[in-house]
Design a protein around this ligand. Structure first.
Ligand code: XMP
Length: 335
C-alpha cells in the first residue's frame, strides 16, 4: 500500500541527503515525467533547482505559456525558457525523412540545453524524470535486432556534461508518477494528459517541417482536443475500455489523440469560390501499452463537429479525414 504523504516526505529527505547544498539543473519538456520530477525536487530543495525549458517551436497550442504559468508563476520554480524555434526550423528546413528529423531535433535539443546549462556554472547535478519503465527499456536495448523508430526522449544526458544524475522517479510506474504529481499540486488535466512525443509536432507534420504548417496544425489539434474533452463519453459496444472506471469524456476514453498535418492540397468550395488547401488527419487510439492499438470509434457527431470547426476556423485547411488504421500494421504516429 502506497501512503502518499509518507512517500513524499521520504523522497524529499532522500533528495536533500543526496544533493546537500548543491545546485541542480533539470530539463523541463512540458511532459508529465519531467514536470513531476521538477515539482518533487523543488519541494525538496527549492531554489537550489533551476529548470531549463527548451521551446523548440513544435509544442502544442499555448503549451510553452502553460509550462511557464504552472512552474514559474504557480509553484515559484526557477525556470529559464529558451525560445529556440528559429534554430530548430532552420536545421529542419529541407529535411523530409522522419528518422532524420528525429535525429536533428534530438541533437539540437541537447545542444541548446548544453549551452544553457553550461551557463549555470555552480550546478553539480542533472535531474531527469526517468521512470521505471524507461529503466527497463534501456536495460533491454541492444537485444532487439533493430529499432523500428528511434524513440529517444530528447534531453538525454550528454556524456560531456560532468554532472551527477538525480533521478527521483526511477522506481515509479506511470500511474504512481501521476498520483505523485497531483499530490504535489500539479493540475489534474496536465498530469493525466495523453503522451506527447519528444520531437513534438515535428513528427506530426509529414515531410518538411515549416513554421506555417506548425501554426495550422496547432490550431487544428487544439480544436480536436477541446471537443474530445467537451464530449461526454458514452459506452459503445466493442470499445476497448476498462468498464470499472468509465471515462467522463472522449479525451479520457482515448489513450492518445491528435491531428496530423498532410502537406497535400485538395480542392474545396467556399461561398462562390474554389479553395485549394491542405488536409488534416485526425488520429485517436485506445491501447494499454502503445505496442498495439485500436482506432477509437469516436461518435460521428463529434467527428463532424471537429471537422466543421477546423475547416471554418483554420484558414488553410479545407479537408479533414479520420484515420481508421490499427497498430499493427500502422503505427500510432504517422512518422
Ligand atoms: P508509434 O507511432 O511507434 O508510437 O506507434 C508509440 C508511442 O510512442 C510515441 N512516440 C515517440 N515518443 N519520441 C517520443 O518521445 C519519439 O520519437 C516517438 N515516436 C513515437 C507515440 O506518441 C506513441 O505514444
Amino acid at each position: 500500500d502506497w501512503n502518499m504523504p509518507d512517500y513524499i516526505s521520504e523522497a524529499v529527505e532522500k533528495i536533500r541527503a543526496q544533493v546537500g547544498g548543491d545546485e541542480v539543473i533539470l530539463g523541463l519538456s512540458g511532459g508529465v515525467d519531467s514536470s513531476v520530477a521538477a515539482a518533487l525536487i523543488h519541494r525538496a530543495i527549492g531554489d537550489q533547482l533551476t529548470c531549463v525549458f527548451v521551446d523548440h517551436g513544435l509544442l502544442r497550442l499555448n503549451e510553452g505559456q502553460m509550462v511557464m504559468d504552472m512552474f514559474a508563476k504557480n509553484l515559484g520554480v526557477k525556470v529559464i525558457r529558451i525560445d529556440a524555434e528559429d534554430q530548430f526550423m532552420g536545421h529542419l528546413a529541407g529535411v523530409t525523412d522522419p528518422e532524420q528529423k528525429r535525429k536533428i531535433i534530438g541533437r539540437e535539443f541537447v545542444e541548446v540545453f548544453q549551452v544553457e546549462s553550461g551557463k549555470l556554472v555552480n550546478a553539480k547535478w542533472l535531474a531527469q524524470g526517468t521512470i521505471y519503465p524507461d529503466v527497463i527499456e534501456s536495460a533491454g536495448k541492444g537485444k532487439k535486432g533493430q529499432t523500428i523508430k528511434s524513440h529517444h526522449n530528447v534531453g538525454g544526458l550528454p556524456d560531456t556534461m560532468k554532472l551527477k544524475l538525480l533521478e527521483p522517479l526511477r522506481e515509479l510506474f506511470k500511474d504512481e508518477v501521476r498520483k505523485l504529481g497531483v499530490a504535489l499540486g500539479l493540475p489534474h488535466d496536465m498530469v493525466y494528459r495523453h503522451p506527447f512525443p519528444g520531437p513534438g509536432l515535428g513528427v506530426r507534420i509529414l515531410g518538411e517541417v515549416k513554421k506555417e504548417y506548425a501554426e495550422l496544425l496547432r490550431r487544428a489539434d487544439a480544436i480536436f482536443i477541446e471537443e474530445l474533452r467537451n464530449t461526454p463519453y458514452e459506452f459503445v459496444a466493442g470499445q476497448a475500455v476498462n468498464i470499472e472506471e468509465l471515462p467522463k469524456n472522449w479525451y479520457e476514453a482515448t489513450s492518445q489523440a491528435f491531428a496530423v498535418f498532410l502537406p497535400v492540397k485538395s480542392v474545396g468550395v467556399m461561398g462562390d469560390g474554389r479553395t485549394y488547401e491542405y488536409v488534416v488527419a485526425l488520429r485517436a487510439v485506445q491501447t494499454q501499452d502503445f505496442m498495439t492499438a485500436h482506432w477509437a470509434h469516436l461518435p460521428h457527431a463529434l467527428l463532424g463537429k471537429v471537422s466543421n470547426r477546423i475547416i471554418n476556423e483554420v484558414r488553410g485547411i479545407n479537408r479533414v479525414v479520420y484515420d481508421i488504421s490499427g497498430k499493427p500494421p500502422a503505427t500510432i504516429e504517422w512518422e
